[in-house]
Design a protein around this ligand. Structure first.
Ligand code: NAP
Length: 356
């Protein structure tokens, strides 16, 4: 049977980059979104609210996927609500697909909150893991929507007989507009605002993150790992970490990003406000910049998510990701982190999201 992919959340940072990878590899590819249009040649974009099972049944009536890639999530104000809603997203999709008996593999992206704790307890005392984070770390003794999504996946796999993979990504760098968490475009927007006002590109995070070793996950590398795991028998029924495979320190990458945007920079200094505070009054200025440079997005909130970048850059420890498990099984893709950021910035310019 020819492979047919269904990407759940095809407009997001992980879903959109995966769609591009699958199309490059000539897969028949469907992508569900709630309301966004996905502008990718060859992608069949279907729309449904995953919380509305009847609508989902209608939207998927004619589709028989062999491979499902689950990249959707919703953010609620407590972890209890995150668990309820995000478990339902996975359950509803897999329940609707079950009678078709077409699904061979389901891949789910989660992230390092698996090791660092949910938003409510993120990287706080008592939840700080050993680093590099390794896949064999036991679950933390705290509720987490990633665990709830995994459990829905495992239960459906047992019921329906498909194989599964889980992909625990670090901070994702890649193209997506209007999505919930995007550090790359947040830093691009912040640097653009600094350039326009003449203010320095100021490090808003902790000393541990400034000086320590870090890594990130290029969404294009996650896409490659997704496809590898979905098509490699040895990778079945495994959870993997997903990161670029190199490491960096913000104390030099911050300067390189400042140089890219031709702005002055300021490094770690105690008492510096976080990025959400530094950008809190910038919505009107972004609109002016958008009009001046004829940008595609006048709404700063659709380009930048400083609350999320603050969570990462404010962590009290250095955090990096052990990639041994998938490497040992043959996934050897590697992504240069400088290229992750600078390719993205070039793309944001080409798409008129930031000034050229
Ligand atoms: N972004 C990161 O840096 C990062 C890092 C590590 C791990 N993760 C994890 O990776 C997973 C995927 O995150 P992401 O950042 O790729 O997501 P994202 O960019 O915010 O995209 C979410 C996608 O889900 C869709 N969606 C949301 N609610 C829906 C609903 N009710 N019905 C139908 N579609 C719905 C959205 O469609 P619309 O556009 O139509 O709303 C969008 O396509 C999450 O668990 C996240 O925690 C993310």
């Amino acid at each position: 049977m020819k492979n047919t992919a269904l990407i759940v959340g095809a407009s997001g940072i992980s879903g959109n980059n995966l769609a591009q990878e699958l199309l490059n590899q000539n897969w028949t590819t469907y992508g569900i979104t709630r309301s966004s249009d996905v502008d990718l040649k060859g992608l069949y974009n279907v729309k449904a609210d995953l919380l509305d099972k009847a609508a989902l049944e209608t939207a998927l009536a004619e589709i028989k996927p062999t491979h499902v890639f689950f990249t959707a999530w919703m953010r609620k104000d407590t972890e209890a609500k995150n668990i309820k809603v995000n478990a339902a997203l996975v359950r509803n999709v897999l329940d609707v697909l079950a009678p078709k008996q077409s699904v061979k593999h389901v891949a789910l992206v989660t992230g390092l909150k698996h090791y660092l704790g949910p938003f409510d307890a993120y990287a706080q005392e008592g939840f700080l893991p050993e680093t590099p984070v390794r896949t064999e770390h036991p679950r933390l003794a705290v509720d987490n929507f990633y665990y709830a999504q995994e459990d829905e996946l495992f239960a459906a796999a047992k019921r329906d007989g498909f194989t599964w993979s889980v992909h625990r990504a670090h901070t994702m760098i890649g193209l997506a507009v209007g999505n919930l968490m995007n550090m790359g475009s947040t830093l691009a927007a912040y640097a653009t605002l600094c350039k326009e006002t003449g203010k320095p590109f100021t490090w808003p995070g902790s000393e541990a993150q400034w000086k320590g070793i870090s890594d990130v996950t290029d969404a294009r590398l996650l896409a490659k790992q997704f496809v590898w795991a979905a098509t490699t028998p040895e990778a079945a029924n495994q959870a993997f970490n997903t990161a670029n495979g190199d490491v960096f320190r913000w104390e030099w990458l911050w300067k390189e990003i400042a140089d890219y945007f031709k702005v002055d920079y300021k490094g770690y200094a105690p008492g510096t406000p976080d990025l959400e505070t530094l950008m809190q009054d910038d919505a009107a200025l972004w609109q002016q910049i958008a009009e001046k440079y004829n940008l595609a997005e006048t709404n700063l909130n659709r380009v930048a998510s400083p609350w999320h970048t603050d969570l990462d850059l404010g962590r009290p420890i250095e955090v990096m990701t052990d990639m041994s498990k998938s490497r040992k099984l043959g996934f050897t893709a590697y992504q240069d982190t400088r290229d992750s950021f600078f390719d993205l910035f070039d793309t944001l310019k080409a798409k008129h999201i930031i000034p050229a």
